[in-house]
Write a protein that binds this ligand. Sequence first.
Ligand code: ADP
Length: 239
Amino acid sequence: MPLIKCEHVSIGYEGQTVVKDLNFIIEKGDYLCIVGENGSGKSTLVKSLLGLKNVEEGRITFGDGLRQSEIGYLPQQNDTQKDFPASVYEVVLSGRLNSRGFSPFYTAEDKRAAKEKMELLGIQDLERQCFRDLSGGQKQRALLARALCATKSLLLLDEPVTGLDPIMTGEFYQLIRKINRESGIAVVMVSHDIESAVEDATHILHLQETALFFGTTEDYRKSRIGRKFLGGVHDGNDL
Ligand code: ADP
């Protein structure tokens, strides 16, 4: 049983379909990159994976111990929560709220998890600092720790390196690789950075309303669409 199975999924806004007849699966430990042009439906799909938007047709099912409320989500950079007036520790700890409603009380286990994830990401020394005073790279680490607090099996990252400089970007990808390989946590990453995507991901979903391609990264490199897209990136020209 896969962690997530999308079968014939269509999603739209006010009668206009933006994702159509989409089929793909995510298995335990997979690293899936979702690529595609602006407006191809990536964010819409993310909303439906999180349960924030209903599908019009088809279905999304969760298995292998994953519940929809237990997806560790790292939202896009421009979200207002970046200026949240809370400490790093509080931001990380709030990842635990996801899976059990809005109870304001944290258990000892929640607190232990928050400390553990901060250590894993090397931000334990920042725990008392105000989140909004952190650098871009530190903020992303804190939000990643928060997402890890919310899940045991799947991270969903929406354009996570937007706004980071090349060094921080490289470090961030390295962290994700490490988490994926060492903890066996599946990663689903929406990305514009196709070159890094094909280096790290095990699977590619190339979206353009529907799946232009879904399969292993190796097969994507050999596919017509993959060659065209990767070639286009290298040249900076349309083929
Ligand atoms: P991507 O994330 O790949 O850039 P989106 O999922 O944001 O693509 O958008 C897919 C299509 O859905 C676009 O044509 C966009 O204009 C449309 N769309 C996105 N959000 C809304 C909305 N809230 N209401 C109506 N149309 C929307």
